[in-house]
Design a protein. Structure first.
Length: 655
């Protein structure tokens, strides 16, 4: 086998310090049903949903808004009396609806949990033996006499937790109990009433106590599933973009993401229809906002990364709607401009002078979050958007001149919308990042490895805000090794151009197995487990092994082999992706001496259709994972034999 020699040369430019990050959107039950540790669906009896006959096709072809209606008792089953929805003298004025139970002679209120929008009656509260669970509920006793107990039971009536007693009084009162897991399995939460009379109930939360941020007083609102956050931490991200995604824009007026409804006490947070409900069987996808902007900012802080919130620009999703707010209207200033300014105050302001900063402080975080970036719009495009962006950016930077703004370029990686955005940005605001999105085939990603070689080094920078080797136009197997291989090859080109590419974030991040609205995702989960895809491991391999400077090299690589090199003062990081059908022998000559022991992380498969798999009820099946091993080299030379279809990362210490 012929050996190819590559010679490492000098540094060409710095690597963007925010090159690899996260994109988090509540799609495929990523938040409610996933990150949100509360297992109770429609926990506050305030659910709002799409009409069951609505279709995504109607949204895209006719730009027709769905019929939306409250169904405040959906997902609740009550036996032994009558249940009605009420709003008189509520526990929360901001989120007023609650359930009134008129119990005739004993009764049971049951909730089965998040099932992925299938509408099936299956129990999905996941209980582990020996785990401790906490349940809280607001109760008001109107005329009830008798005991109230709560437990989780499986479909046969077997207890999965012990039973705890809930106490009520004549005024609204939050009652909290702890239950111990007595057996492993899936069940339903059952609140049992032994007597008769009338009682009011609201804001029911049932969660494992082993959550992210456990015993941390800052985490005063919603809580995150620990295993899901730990998977994010292992990716070594530098920033997080949130909360979307299409849910930022919304499918119709009033459906845009309302960050102000997502902060403050959980009981006060008003729910919103999730536009991704259009792709669920029962249209039963409602954003409870138990996971909101306060929790997103806290997560960024805990991971030591930069927050990048995206705010509404005054246009609903341009694929689903023609609705926009008139730029000259009072509504535009209040709902768009002031909304963005208030968010910055919430994140960074002084609680002594800002009501929004005081809300943050009241939640347990008086110190600022030090937000430095803000995105204005998602997948928006056209002259009207550009005008709106210009106004919002001007108002932001008049008050906060150091705040960096991110501008959308639409949903496609080429065409008039993208070209017009770049032309407008470079002419009017060259200090922005342009958010490019692409979901394309493996072949497209190979064709784009040199995409950013010709981008101007002056003016606006690139933010690849959503991308994946996911061909939306054809049926394909999800998250195959072949897609991960194509993404890895593409990322070698991104790293080499990290002077113009400032940030990248894979999308979507999470998906519930068998409950997804998007076919290709970085991390899959079910109520018990998470699954890391081959694409996840690519992100981890690249983000965890990157230096401060891009290093140039010379030498002709074999066809189908792609290389990027970065370095800091102590190490070189060499990434080589062999997309070919045959092995490749590469000799790498360094211009200085290196240590003899080299760490290598490699992932390989000759089956490009191979994938890791997780069903809604199963355990993870891993067929593709990286392997780590040591190599030996002499003086300034590293010789490597690359397997066909392999992704290889070498960490080389300098002497």
């Amino acid at each position: 086998m012929k050996q190819t020699t590559v010679t490492i040369e000098e540094s060409t430019h710095e690597v963007s310090p925010l090159l690899y990050g996260l994109f988090l959107e509540d799609i495929s039950f990523s938040c409610d049903g996933g990150l949100n540790t509360n297992m109770v669906i429609n926990h506050s009896f305030d659910g709002v949903y799409m009409d069951s006959s609505y279709s995504q096709l109607a949204a895209l072809e006719e730009k027709k808004a769905p019929d939306v209606f409250p169904d405040r008792l959906r997902y609740w089953e009550f036996e032994g009396g009558k249940i009605v929805s009420m709003s008189d003298e509520p526990a929360s004025e901001w989120n007023p609806w609650y359930a009134r139970l008129d119990i005739s002679s004993g009764g049971v209120l049951k909730n089965r949990g998040y099932n992925g929008g299938h509408g099936r009656k299956e129990n999905v509260f996941s209980i582990r033996e020996g785990h401790c669970y906490e349940m809280s509920v607001y109760l008001r006793n109107v005329s009830y006499e008798g005991t109230i107990t709560a437990a989780v039971k499986d479909s046969s009536g077997r207890l999965l937790t012990d039973s705890g007693e809930l106490l009520s009084g004549p005024e609204w009162k939050k009652c909290t109990i702890r239950l111990q897991g007595t057996a492993a399995g899936r069940g339903a939460l059952e609140i049992a009433f032994s007597g008769e009379g009338v009682i009011d109930i609201d804001c029911i939360i049932f969660s494992d106590t082993d959550v992210w941020g456990k015993d941390d007083e800052r985490w005063s609102g919603g809580h995150f599933r620990k295993d899901m956050v730990e998977a994010l931490k292992e990716l070594k991200p530098r920033f997080m973009r949130f909360p979307g995604g299409c849910i930022v824009e919304g499918a119709y007026p009033g459906n845009e993401y309302a960050w102000k409804d997502t902060v403050g006490p959980v009981i006060d947070r008003s729910p919103q229809v999730n536009l991704w409900a259009a792709l669920t069987e029962d249209k039963g996808y409602c954003q409870s906002y138990q996971i909101g902007f306060y929790e997103f900012f806290l997560l960024c802080e805990d991971l030591g990364i930069e927050p990048l919130p995206i705010v509404w620009a005054g246009l609903n999703c341009q694929f689903r709607s023609n609705e926009v707010i008139d730029t000259e209207s009072t509504d535009f200033y209040e709902k768009v401009v002031q909304n963005a300014l208030d968010l910055i105050e919430y994140a960074n302001g002084d609680p002594a002078v800002s009501k929004w900063a005081k809300l943050r402080a009241d939640a347990g975080h008086p110190a600022p979050f030090n937000m430095k970036m803000i995105g204005i719009g998602n997948e928006n495009y056209g002259a009207d958007y550009h005008k709106k962006f210009e106004i919002v950016k001007r108002e932001i930077q008049a008050r906060y001149p150091e705040m960096r703004c991110v501008m959308s370029s639409g949903a496609f990686p080429d065409g008039k919308d993208l070209d017009d955005t770049w032309e407008t940005a470079n002419e009017k605001f060259p200090d922005v990042c342009i958010d490019e999105h692409f979901y394309k085939s493996n072949e497209w990603f190979y064709s784009q490895i040199h995409r950013y070689d010709s981008y101007s080094r002056e003016g606006a920078k690139v933010f690849i805000g959503e991308y994946a080797a996911n061909d939306l136009t054809t049926e394909h197997k999800m998250n195959t090794f072949g897609s991960a291989l194509a993404e890895a090859a593409f990322l070698t080109g991104v790293e080499k151009n990290s002077d113009v590419v400032a940030m990248t974030s894979y999308a979507p991040l999470f998906a519930m197995s068998e409950g997804m609205q998007w076919s290709h995702n970085l991390i899959w989960f079910n109520p018990e487990y998470i699954l890391k895809t081959p694409n996840y491991f690519v992100q981890q391999m690249f983000a965890a092994h990157i230096g401060e400077n891009v290093i140039d090299y010379k030498g002709m690589l074999p066809e189908g082999v792609y290389l990027s090199v970065t370095a800091d003062k102590n190490r070189y990081y060499v990434k080589i992706v062999n997309t070919g059908d045959g092995d490749a022998n590469i000799r790498i000559d360094f211009d200085e001496k290196i240590k003899g022991q080299v760490s290598c992380t490699s992932m390989h498969s000759d089956d490009l259709e191979c994938a890791n798999e997780l069903t809604f009820t199963g355990t993870p099946v891993y067929r593709i994972t990286p392997e780590t091993y040591e190599l030996l080299c002499k003086d300034h030379v590293l010789e490597v034999l690359l397997s066909s279809h392999s992704i290889n990362v070498y960490e080389i210490s300098k002497l």
